[in-house]
Ligand binder design. Structure first.
Ligand SMILES: Cc1ncc(COP(=O)(O)O)c(C=O)c1O
Length: 278
């Protein structure tokens, strides 16, 4: 079988991904943070040990800022809707996937101002000067697609990050098509919100995704519920990461995602295991 649909979801997954999921369901399948028995603790360890290699791959200084989501669409929704408020302005590109376009359209109907900047005719990417021209006093967010799933254009996110930093904007990158394939350094590129699918280049299973949230972002929750922390309080805790992961996590998927990311770090980046051990 020759599989050519890796931009939709990667296949086959490494043996390590399959083995980690098998091992998890057989021996570790408790509910993390919801009990003190050995399987719940093993599940918690698996989840926490998956945040670390993800943080290493993207140079994220604090692994607690790595939130597990259902997919990249979920991560985009949590980031965009959790951050933007009516009256605020967001700058974006015209090459976004519907998972960027539609949440923004919904926010626009609720009073968020959205400006879509046309890509340059020369290289199909946003021109930095066009971004700067469109910044207003209400602009709070620059949200761009790293690589288009339609045209294949890879945008220079480091240049955009410099602009965002210069103007005090929060910078969001949809890295659905680049995570695990292209180097992404959130510190070098000043990225505050990074949305990732776990099931494409990160070699995890479907049903996994990640949102990185930097400490400059004040993020509201989209979903409230059980968190495994502060259970005595009725109000949703805004504690990273649990406050943004309400409900039982896709623990078996996260186990597979952790193995996929470690596979990339070891075999592709040539990192030693010590780099992502606690
Ligand atoms: C650029 C881009 N963003 C977001 C997504 C959505 O990813 P997911 O299917 O994980 O929600 C895709 C999916 O192909 C994509 O190509």
């Amino acid at each position: 079988m020759i599989y050519l649909d890796n931009a939709a979801t990667s296949w086959p997954k490494p043996e390590e991904t399959l083995e980690a999921m098998d091992l998890f369901l057989r021996y570790k399948g408790g509910n993390p943070g919801r009990g003190g028995h050995s399987m719940a603790l093993e599940a918690e360890k698996t989840v926490e040990e998956t945040r670390l290699p993800i943080a290493r791959l993207f140079n994220i200084p604090d692994k607690e800022r790595v939130i597990f989501t259902l997919n990249c669409t979920d991560a985009l929704n949590i980031g965009l809707k959790g951050f933007l408020k009516p009256g605020q302005h967001v700058l974006t590109d015209c090459i976004g996937h519907n998972s960027m376009v539609r949440p923004l359209r919904k926010l626009e109907s609720q009073g968020v101002k959205v400006t879509k900047i046309k890509p340059s005719a020369e290289d199909g990417a946003l021109t930095p000067s066009d971004i700067e021209k469109n910044i207003t006093s209400d602009t709070k967010l620059l949200a761009v697609t790293h690589a288009s799933n339609v045209t294949g254009v890879v945008q220079p996110v480091q240049e955009y990050g410099d602009i965002a930093k210069k103007h005090g904007l929060v910078f969001m990158v949809d890295a659905a098509q680049t995570a695990g394939m292209y180097p992404i350094d959130i510190q070098e590129s000043n990225i505050d919100l990074l949305s990732l699918p776990g099931h494409k280049g990160l070699l995890g299973p479907p049903g996994t995704g990640v949102l990185y949230v930097g400490d400059r972002v004040d993020l509201d929750t989209l979903r409230e519920g059980g968190t495994g922390v502060y259970s005595e309080q009725e109000e949703q805790p805004h504690t990273f990461p649990y406050g943004y992961e309400s409900g039982t996590l896709n623990t078996v998927g996260i186990a597979g995602l952790g193995a996929g990311v470690k596979f990339i770090l070891i075999y592709i980046k040539g990192r030693s295991g010590e780099n992502f051990l606690p």
